[in-house]
Design a protein around this ligand. Structure first.
Ligand SMILES: Cc1cc2nc3c(=O)[nH]c(=O)nc-3n(C[C@H](O)[C@H](O)[C@H](O)COP(=O)(O)O)c2cc1C
Ligand SMILES: C=C(O[C@@H]1CC(C(=O)O)=C[C@@H](OP(=O)(O)O)[C@H]1O)C(=O)O
Length: 404
């Protein structure tokens, strides 16, 4: 079983993650991890913090001569901003009086965290609930991603909409109508979307979105949006029918929903399917090149909790950023009186980053289910198990069902 744990306050010394359960002998470098960390920092609409940080992970264990050892891999990402917070985030008690935060921002974890953990300063809630933590997730999941690349499984993402501006991408239709096959490499999506300031596929739509973000900024407001994650190269058979924790779409939804500010997840055509006839939704089964295939992929690569062998398609919705420069109503915990919420340095939009984080969480789940099915303590062993299944199941079905 693969596992990871993250630790670190947003304005503390840095973020630590320990990743375990991956086989030995596959290539892993800091450069690879850092490439994905840099992708997470992109996107028009982010606040001043992203100008301070240039995230770099230091691998502290689990790798030798550029290859995994099969032992836990620990990584550390420094918070450059820590230098500006040594007093406010001191690990030791200090003499100096530090101003306490007493006004919770609606939509953030300020109030609930303070009530739950019995804090006397909202700063404590802010620092651990911050999406700064997602840098550690991306670092951890880049190991999953690198592992999956050994099987030509690729993960890509793009932003579908921000603030209700929907450049309905032709690409999405192509995925659902089956034009995008397993041979398409999802990383290509990243080559296109990473070039856009808001990570959309259609460059012509970028300006409309940027203008909407500018409008939000001008009004002291924020925006959310929707994004897609696509995985190609996934074999048939990951996941299971029944148990809540073994159905792969349940695990994928859980993982994406666990990202800060994500409030909706769809698999395949998702909610749209609820309005259509069954014949307009289900993907017809065909045989092509000695394999089972589907004419369309509205199911998003999953049926009955198990991967179909077609690309996996997940869509997520991120709510608008909670911190508003023209704040809405709250209460002051020091006076228990009605006030306007606090302003705090903040992003206006983080949907492009959120899509990269979602890629990472999806990569993690696919790697987890892949290793549950194929196992292996070394990458060579995993490859043998993988080949054994993928090269034989079609023949096995033929012999099980009687064709001579
Ligand atoms: C990449 C990313 C950046 C974020 N940046 C901010 C931010 O600058 N200000 C803010 O108020 N919320 C920001 N958020 C959202 C909060 O972290 C989130 O709303 C908060 O943790 C409460 O969790 P919930 O929205 O899931 O209930 C960001 C989220 C992500 C994924
Ligand atoms: C630091 C990151 O995101 C942060 C997430 C975040 C929040 O409230 O979630 C608030 C902001 O941090 P700060 O309060 O330091 O300006 C974002 O910049 C990051 O993504 O690396």
């Amino acid at each position: 079983m693969i596992k990871f744990l993250t630790a670190g306050e947003s304005h503390g010394k840095g973020l630590t993650t320990i990743v375990s359960g991956f086989p030995s002998n596959f290539e892993l470098s800091e450069d690879y991890v850092n490439f994905h960390l840099a992708r997470r920092q992109m996107g028009y609409g982010r606040g001043l913090r992203m100008k301070i940080e240039t995230d770099k992970a230091e691998i502290l264990s689990g790798v030798r001569f550029g290859k995994t050892l099969g032992s836990p891999i620990s990584l550390f990402i420094k918070n450059k901003d820590w230098e500006n917070w040594t007093d406010k985030m001191s690990l030791e008690p200090i003499e100096k009086e530090i101003e306490k935060i007493t006004i919770p921002r609606p939509g953030h974890a300020d109030l609930v965290g303070t009530l739950k953990y019995n804090f006397n300063d909202i700063r404590n809630s802010i620092d651990r609930s911050s999406a700064r933590e997602t840098a550690a997730r991306v670092a951890a999941a880049s190991i999953a991603r690198k592992f999956l690349s050994n099987f030509n499984i690729q993960i890509g993402s793009f932003v579908e909409s921000i603030g209700g501006i929907y450049p309905r991408e032709n690409f999405i239709d192509k995925i659902f109508n089956g034009e995008i096959s397993q041979n398409y490499s999802a990383e290509k999506l990243n080559h296109i979307s990473d070039k856009s300031a808001v990570r959309v596929l259609d460059a012509q739509q970028e300006n409309k979105i940027i203008n909407k973000i500018k409008l939000a900024k001008k009004k002291g407001d924020t925006l959310g949006g929707t994004f897609y994650v696509v995985v190609t190269g996934v074999p048939v058979g990951l996941g299971s029918f029944i148990h809540y924790d073994e159905k792969i779409e349940a695990a994928l939804s859980h993982a994406v929903m666990s990202i800060h500010a994500v409030k909706g997840v769809e698999v395949g055509i998702g909610f749209e399917g609820a309005n259509l006839f069954g014949s307009q939704v289900h993907d017809e089964i065909i045989i092509k090149k000695n394999n089972f295939y589907r004419k369309t992929n509205r199911a998003g690569g999953i049926e009955g909790g198990i991967t179909t062998g077609l690309p996996i398609i997940i869509r997520g919705a991120m709510k608008p950023i909670a911190t508003l420069m023209s704040p809405i109503e709250s209460v002051d915990l020091a006076t228990m009186k009605k006030v306007i919420a606090r302003r705090e340095r903040s992003d206006f939009v983080a949907v492009p980053a959120c899509a990269v984080i979602a890629e990472s969480m999806v990569a993690w789940v696919i790697a987890d289910f892949f290793l549950k099915k194929f196992g292996g303590d070394s990458i060579e062993e995993t490859k043998d198990n993988f080949m054994n299944f993928t090269q034989k199941y079609f023949q096995r079905v033929k012999s099980n069902f009687g064709e001579k």
